[in-house]
Design a protein. Structure first.
Lengths: 575, 639
């Protein structure tokens, strides 16, 4: 795991190395200070030697200033290295996700991906900083303090040589016992949060059915459960502080007893006793630090694993076989015996044996029930997914031969689940073409019947869209998305149920405009409303992943049962 | 998201949560408020407080006893052979007793604290959630989900850290500092004055670094908010990014924000990292200066050498809790700021309800008089208590009238103007119009999610403002365009419509909505657990569940807001039978884009820009040859 993440230190390698180095220098200096303090008491004060006290005091101040400088440097280096590491990691993750195909995106849920780029990176950054600072400092401090203590009195060192393992064992035991309890607690915590989230999303439903009290009692139950688990986990952890105090006190007592006897026997100075105590406290404190850092690392291990999972995700659609010089010549589409499965499982095919030919410039309607794989079918055209078997040809070439950018710029698709991004309307439209002129934008918006309402907005094309496009209506959003797609000036445009929130009259207007303005462009329209596709050159009737029929409206109405059904379900009551 | 319903011109504060101030506004008030949550733990808190006092004093006393231990029982015996160690042992045992007392005290305090802190948090969480549930819809519409969510996660978490760890540490540090200070003052007032000067310098340094650090942390928080917002937006729209080959642009924008965050985070962590070591080393300098000045005082005969020795020991243990406290101080401040935000939500005005007319089950007695019934009769009545305490029942029929209604979301732009409409009992009324015409607003007003600015709505002749909101809503069932499901089984989700419904009633309702077919094909049928708002179901299936939910609620008035918009027309035709069955004998408001679903309505109301422009039956409106005619023929222009 460490091996996989280590390379992301990148240009911050210098700081990542200097941080532990300066920490070690700081520790060496700092360890000497109690020794000097002991000298001031034992030699200076005992002998009333004021010049000596001044001298050692001076040395001490110099050392403290040096230690301060090095610790400040260490802090700075660690901060730069850790945040730099996190920034590199985040960047790599973002780049990786940018390469993700639709299949990759389907595999890892969006919310989870976001958590990995945000919270998980922050956790890993924290752990990294703890490792290069504390996890270097504490063990080194233990070693140094131990050697100093042994130097003062080897026979007394038996005290911490026994207490340290005991304390370490006790703390490990607490961690081991607490860990599963914390895990249980976190599950309850997630449950509680998803309950809140759910309620925020569905507040209208809750209120409409007057279920506030019902939800409150549900929440109260979950919150109480969380409390119980929290209590169980924290009660164990709460033992740490008393245990630590017990260890320190026990050591002081033991040192006083053994040390007292030694002093009486003339084997030790009183000042040395105090120094010894402070070294032992330093050792025990270092131990506590190590245990705290280890807990933190173990807890954030899951974060690192989730990050690595993203980094290791195999991208399944790449430019590998592409020919960079190949351009999309026209908007013709040929599918030859295409089958497709989301799970890449031949027994679970979403599309089966699809063969069809669409000529450049044609208008094609696709209709079929929910789940008949209409969307799946069109997503193969801009190669958002790869076929399981068979071939998809656009402009006479297999889609896998084009570079993705070339192909997708030629095939504009308005997704069913479409989004606008925060920024002005102009910014959003420029997604289609970053160099679009005012005239081009206006023309595209007119075709998509969007210009009219944009003009009514405050600021017109400079009107600020909020994240997710929540401040325009569903119908307006769909029209903006169509305009954005048109700006690509594509060879093929695919509208996947893109006018469902637009009223019928506007829908008709958009279709007429498309027909008039985009003569050479192949237009593929998926719709629920029959009226949206009725005048298409070809209508494809989909049923359960297969093409049921292809024909014009008249042909289908005469021969196709499904089509007739749909037609009459929408026609009923019209005389 | 229910974007169609969101008024487009409302000033949404939205990003409140970002750029938030980390400084609490009124520390005293907030602390008091937090303490009010610990009322039932008063006894335990007192015990904790005294236990911490015992612990802190035991620590100080133990250190204090070291001096006599060594001076009185060790030093006199140095080099002597006949040592009487009994005094030494007694002293040592006394020390052990003091220390043991300290350990027991801290054990008691920390264990008790777990109960207090988790209990307090539980109470705060419950209050927060209850407040959130009772907030008017207007509040929810004006605040992002993320904002309220962050009250439950970030703010409660920060508070948890403060209560469970901060309090004991702060009390302990404070007590230790105070007791050591007293001892030091007794030992040497002169040196203590010096100490105070050093202390002032240290506090200035903490303040200086703390301010810098806070500035950077605020910057970092802002940068993090911006970057995370960007990540969220782009990853959510990653499929759109792919379709538009926008990867390169998004990478550039990302890098910009990422770099801003890196710089501010590096600054913030630098200051956070150096605070503790600087304080620690300052205490060494303090020690050296004290030793030197103490030495000079000895030369001038102002101080004896023994006192300096003892004094110096305390100098060392004085700064440690101070440094510790400065470390958690920032955490405490941001926890208090979070607590203020939590309390602000709790203090929000809840949805008010001044109605006094209630909905009761009713039946006709032998005399044909309507009377209240204690069990479900399928017949309802509005119960009004007259001044003479007499109950007056009006049978619930489902007669709804809007009289000259005006409404605006923001107080400026009228979304509805001069609305007059009526639905007679059992009539199906269709609302037709382009998006933003005000269709959904009408249902928002009928359910009293929002209140009218002018005019009134009568329900069976009663002004709906006089009806208790809960009862009003009980009499209506809504099926919304966006179906929201809850974690739980399919059965539980349908039962949401009426909690008292038995399994067979749920299944009957599902059959009526034609949902039974797909449910029985789910892995565990009705017991299939729905997760994450029903992500494993198609939009159409979710809508079927919502319709079943309304069916089980069995209310006299139904509101279908684009209820079948995500169902393909064939499936829609299939459930239409069930829907018609469901609508029989009820007043129904239907909002639809698809005109095919509204044809058989008793009256079709065409809305435009918040006004009713046409009203009539399908045939009447067609004959009128106006807007409805245009819409309708637009749909079938080629047939």
């Amino acid at each position: 795991m460490i091996k996989k993440l280590l390379p992301y230190i990148g240009e911050y390698k210098k700081q990542a190395i200097l941080s532990p180095v300066t920490v070690i220098i700081e520790v060496i200096i700092e360890v000497f200070i109690p020794f000097l303090m002991a000298k001031i008491i034992d030699v200076g004060i005992k002998n009333g030697d004021i010049p000596y006290m001044f001298k050692i005091g001076g040395v001490m101040i110099v050392l403290a200033l040096m230690s301060m400088t090095f610790s400040a440097l260490a802090g700075r280096f660690a901060a730069v290295a850790a945040t730099g590491f996190a920034s590199n990691l985040r960047k790599k993750l973002f780049y990786k996700v940018s390469e993700f195909s639709f299949a990759n995106l389907d595999r890892i849920p969006t919310a989870s991906l976001i958590t990995r780029l945000t919270t998980d990176v922050t956790n890993t950054q924290m752990s990294f900083m703890l490792i290069i600072r504390i996890l270097v400092r504490a063990p080194f401090m233990m070693i140094m303090a131990t050697s100093m203590a042994i130097a003062i009195n080897a026979r007394l060192s038996i005290v911490f040589l026994t207490s340290v393992p005991i304390l370490a064992a006790a703390m490990t035991l607490i961690i081991l016992l607490a860990f599963p309890r914390f895990k249980q607690m976190l599950t309850r915590y997630d449950k509680l949060n998803s309950l809140v989230q759910e309620n925020l999303q569905a507040i209208r439903v809750v209120k409409a059915f007057v279920r506030e009290d019902h939800e409150i009692s549900k929440f109260s139950q979950a919150a109480k459960e969380l409390r119980n688990y929290q209590q169980k986990a924290e009660k164990l952890v709460a033992l740490n502080m008393p245990l630590m105090s017990l260890a320190i006190y026990a050591c002081i007592m033991a040192i006083c007893w053994r040390g007292g006897n030694l002093i009486i026997a003339g084997g030790m100075q009183t000042g040395e006793l105090f120094s010894f105590i402070s070294y032992v406290i330093q050792i025990l404190m270092a131990l506590v630090m190590i245990s705290m850092v280890l807990v933190n690392i173990v807890l954030s291990k899951a974060s690192a694993e989730r990050i690595i999972e993203v980094l290791d995700e195999k991208i399944d659609i790449t430019d590998e076989e592409a020919d960079a010089s190949l351009q999309v010549e026209d908007g013709s589409i040929i599918m030859d015996n295409v089958s497709f499965s989301y799970s890449k499982n031949p027994d679970n095919l979403t599309l089966q044996n699809i063969s069809l030919t669409i000529n450049s410039g044609e208008t094609v309607g696709i209709i079929g029930g929910t789940g008949s794989a209409k969307t799946t079918l069109v997503q193969l055209i801009p190669r958002l997914y790869d076929v399981y078997s068979g071939t998809v040809k656009v402009g006479g070439h297999d889609v896998r031969n084009y570079q993705l950018t070339t192909l997708r710029n030629a095939c504009s698709m308005v997704l069913q689940k479409n989004l606008l991004f925060s920024g002005t309307i102009r910014d959003n439209l420029r997604w289609g073409n970053p160099h679009a002129t005012e005239e081009q934008m206006k023309a595209a918006c007119q075709t998509a019947c969007a210009d009219e309402f944009i003009q009514k907005f405050e600021g017109g094309y400079d009107y600020l869209i909020e994240q997710g496009g929540v401040n325009v209506s569903g119908g307006q959003r769909q029209r903006l998305c169509i305009a954005r797609a048109l700006l690509k000036n594509p060879k093929i445009i695919i509208l996947d149920d893109s006018t469902s929130a637009v009223d019928v009259a506007t829908d008709t207007k958009i279709r007429n405009a498309l027909r008039k303005e985009l003569k050479a462009t192949t237009k593929i329209i998926i719709a629920q409303r029959l009226s949206s596709i009725i005048e298409a050159d070809k209508i494809i009737v989909m049923n359960e992943g297969q093409i049921n029929d292809i024909g014009t409206h008249e042909q289908l109405l005469a021969r196709n049962e499904i089509y007739k059904d749909i037609y009459f379900s929408q026609q009923k009551g019209v005389s | 998201m229910s974007n169609d319903k969101k008024p487009t011109n409302m000033g949404r504060p939205g990003m409140h949560a970002l750029g938030k101030k980390e400084k609490p506004r009124d520390i005293k008030k907030t602390l008091k408020r937090i303490f009010s949550y610990t009322n039932e733990y008063k006894f335990r808190l007192t015990v904790i407080f005294f236990a911490v006092i015992v612990y802190a004093s035991a620590g100080v006393a133990g250190t204090y006893m070291l001096k006599p231990l060594i001076n009185n029982y060790i030093v006199p015996f140095i080099g002597k052979s006949d040592t009487d160690l009994s005094g030494f042992i007694t002293m040592l045992l006394l020390m052990a007793a003091v220390y043991l007392l300290g350990v027991i005290a801290i054990l008691t305090a920390t264990r008790l604290m777990v109960g207090v802190s988790t209990g307090t948090l539980l109470k705060i969480r419950l209050d927060l959630f209850a407040a959130m549930e009772k907030l008017p819809l207007k509040y929810h519409d004006n605040h992002t989900q993320g904002e309220l969510m962050s009250r439950f996660t970030n703010d409660v978490d920060a508070l948890r850290d403060m209560i469970s760890q901060g309090i004991i540490q702060l009390i302990n540090a404070g007590l230790t500092v105070i007791s050591i200070f007293i001892v030091m003052l007794v030992l040497s007032p002169v040196l203590t004055a010096l100490m105070l000067v050093m202390l002032l310098i240290m506090i200035q340094i903490i303040k200086f670094i703390g301010k810098r650090s806070r500035n950077y942390f605020v910057k970092q928080q802002n940068a993090l908010g911006k970057l995370n917002g960007y990540i969220e937006e782009i990853i959510e729209g990653q499929k759109v990014v792919k379709v538009f080959c926008y990867e390169q642009n998004s990478k550039e924008s990302f890098n910009e924000r990422n770099e801003v965050l890196r710089k501010s985070a590096a600054g913030a962590y630098t200051f956070a990292n150096i605070l503790m070591p600087i304080m620690g080393n300052l205490s060494y300098i303090n020690f050296a200066i004290t030793a030197a000045i103490g030495g000079m005082l000895v030369v001038f005969g102002r101080l004896d050498i023994g006192t300096i020795g003892a004094y110096l020991q305390y100098t060392r243990s004085f700064s440690q809790p101070l440094t510790q406290a400065s470390g958690i101080f920032n955490a405490v401040l941001s926890a208090l700021a979070g607590a203020e935000r939590i309390f602000a939500v709790i203090d929000e005005e809840p949805e008010t309800d001044d109605g006094d007319i209630t909905l009761v089950n009713a039946e006709f007695d032998e005399a044909g008089q309507i009377t209240e019934s204690s069990c479900r009769t399928g017949l309802w009545a509005w119960k009004q208590i007259k001044e003479n305490n007499e109950a007056f029942l009006t049978p619930l029929r489902g007669d709804v009238r809007f009289i000259d209604a005006y409404f605006s979301y923001d107080g400026e732009h009228n979304v509805l103007k001069n609305i007059d409409l009526y639905a007679k009992p059992g009539q199906k009324i269709a609302l037709v119009g382009s998006t933003g015409a005000g269709k959904t607003t009408i249902t928002n007003l009928l359910t009293r999610f929002y209140d009218l600015d002018q005019g009134k709505i009568l329900y069976d002749g009663i002004n709906i403002k006089r009806i208790k909101k809960d009862d009003l809503r009980h009499s209506l069932a809504m099926v919304l365009q966006d179906t929201h499901l809850f974690t739980g089984t399919v059965m539980e989700n349908i039962r949401y419509g009426r909690l008292s419904a038995g399994d067979d009633e749920v299944i009957t309702a599902a059959r009526r909505a034609n949902a039974d077919f797909f449910i029985s094909h789910l892995p565990q049928g009705y017991q299939t657990v729905i997760t994450a708002d029903g992500a494993n179901l198609s939009q159409g299936q979710r809508q079927l569940l919502a319709i079943a939910r309304a069916a089980v609620a069995d209310p006299p008035v139904l509101i279908l807001d684009e209820a079948t918009s995500s169902i393909d027309t064939r499936t829609e035709a299939l459930i239409e039978q069930g829907m018609n069955d469901l609508m029989l004998g009820r007043t129904v408001f239907v909002i639809a884009h698809r005109l095919s679903t509204v044809r058989n309505a008793a009256a079709i109301i065409v809305l435009e820009n918040g006004q009713i422009i046409e009203r009539g039956s399908h045939n009447e409106l067609l004959a009128l040859q106006a807007r409805y005619y245009q819409l309708y023929t637009g749909m079938f222009e080629l047939t």
